[in-house]
Design a binder for this molecule. Structure first.
Ligand SMILES: [Ca+2]
Ligand SMILES: [Ca+2]
Ligand SMILES: [Ca+2]
Length: 156
């Protein structure tokens, strides 16, 4: 009887001792989950568009989001002889956004890497045919920023 009672007591003590660390661990895990959520960048609804091959067709937009972990790629179709102007506007103090323009082979057509609240890339289609070009929006500084994108395709 004593042995059994002692065993029961030990088990109970053991349970009590286990409870506190388990509770503490749960609390730590919850904290970690919250931290992870904070670290995850709240992106826009146009994802994924993180590479030239994943570029999304765009005629511009407002309230877009670029993260340090997720560039945004947009593709624009430019008729033969037409001029393309793509302007990105944002608050540079919230994150330094830069813009690149590429052809379908990944060759750079124009770059805008200023430190003000806008970047503009320009290109004139002299290819003799309608051509798709690819705009990369990238965050040079900061973790996340919002931007507006204005795309103008106009006749010469
Ligand atoms: Ca985005
Ligand atoms: Ca992206
Ligand atoms: Ca910039």
């Amino acid at each position: 009887m004593r042995i059994i009672a002692g065993s029961v007591v030990l088990v109970l003590v053991g349970c009590k001792n286990d409870v506190d660390p388990v509770d503490t661990d749960v609390a730590d895990t919850d904290t970690d989950v919250a931290d992870t959520d904070t670290d995850t960048c709240a992106d826009d609804a146009q994802e994924p568009n993180d590479a030239l091959d994943d570029a999304m067709a765009s005629t511009g937009g407002a309230g877009l989001v670029v993260c340090s972990t997720s560039d945004d790629w947009w593709v624009v179709t430019v008729p033969d002889g037409y001029n393309l102007t793509a302007e990105v506007t944002f608050v540079n103090d919230d994150g330094d956004i830069d813009a690149w323009l590429y052809d379908s082979a990944g060759s750079v057509l124009d770059v805008s890497q200023g430190v003000s609240d806008s970047e503009i890339v320009l290109w004139t289609n002299g290819e003799g045919a309608e051509t798709d070009v690819f705009l990369e929006i990238s965050l040079f500084g900061g973790d996340r920023n919002t931007y507006d994108l204005a795309i103008d395709v106009s006749a010469p």
